[in-house]
Write a new protein. Structure first.
Length: 173
């Protein structure tokens, strides 16, 4: 049972990882990719219903864990990880390509073989007593997404019209 849990929510897939599983080792698949490329790769893996199949591959799972752990560290969530918080939702959703800039965005997506570029957002982290309690995880996930909803609404034009966040904004959970 993990002591910390990062829920990665993409356009079509949700994968749970334990960021503490990443020991800082170099992941060959990620070599030469900057932070934005890594988020785009992670978004691509969590899109088009391929995340579950990708998570069955240990190398891909290690790469997902490394990307998630690094993003948490950049967002300063890692500083309170384990003591103050142990569960957080991170969304990785399609970015809107402005008219006239599509070739530039296409080049960025092509670097990792993706069909879109993606925006990552870490929701407000929570402390749960039991990470095995699915009902508590779902309730915390919903609460975290509700708290992020104003930010999604404010930045709605940054997300693609096909992005799952557009439906989330319309329905308001």
């Amino acid at each position: 049972m993990p002591t910390t849990l990062l829920r990665l929510m993409g356009e079509s897939d949700i994968i749970d990882i334990d960021p503490s599983d990443h020991d800082g080792s170099v992941i060959p698949r990620l070599m030469g990719l900057d932070a934005a490329d890594r988020i785009n790769l992670l978004g691509h893996w969590l899109d088009h219903d391929q995340g579950e199949a990708m998570s069955d591959d240990p190398e891909t799972m290690a790469a997902m864990t490394a990307i998630g752990a690094a993003f948490l560290a950049e967002q300063s969530v890692a500083a309170s990880w384990g003591g103050e918080v142990n569960f957080v939702v991170m969304t990785i959703l399609r970015e809107k390509w402005p008219v006239g800039s599509k070739s530039r965005y296409r080049a960025v997506a092509d670097r990792v073989g993706a069909s879109h570029t993606y925006l990552a957002h870490v929701c407000t982290a929570a402390k749960l007593d039991d990470l095995a309690d699915e009902a508590a995880l779902k309730q915390s996930e919903t609460a975290q997404l509700m708290m992020a909803l104003p930010q999604y609404r404010q930045n709605r034009k940054r997300f693609a019209n096909s992005s799952a966040v557009q439906t989330l904004i319309r329905q308001g959970l």
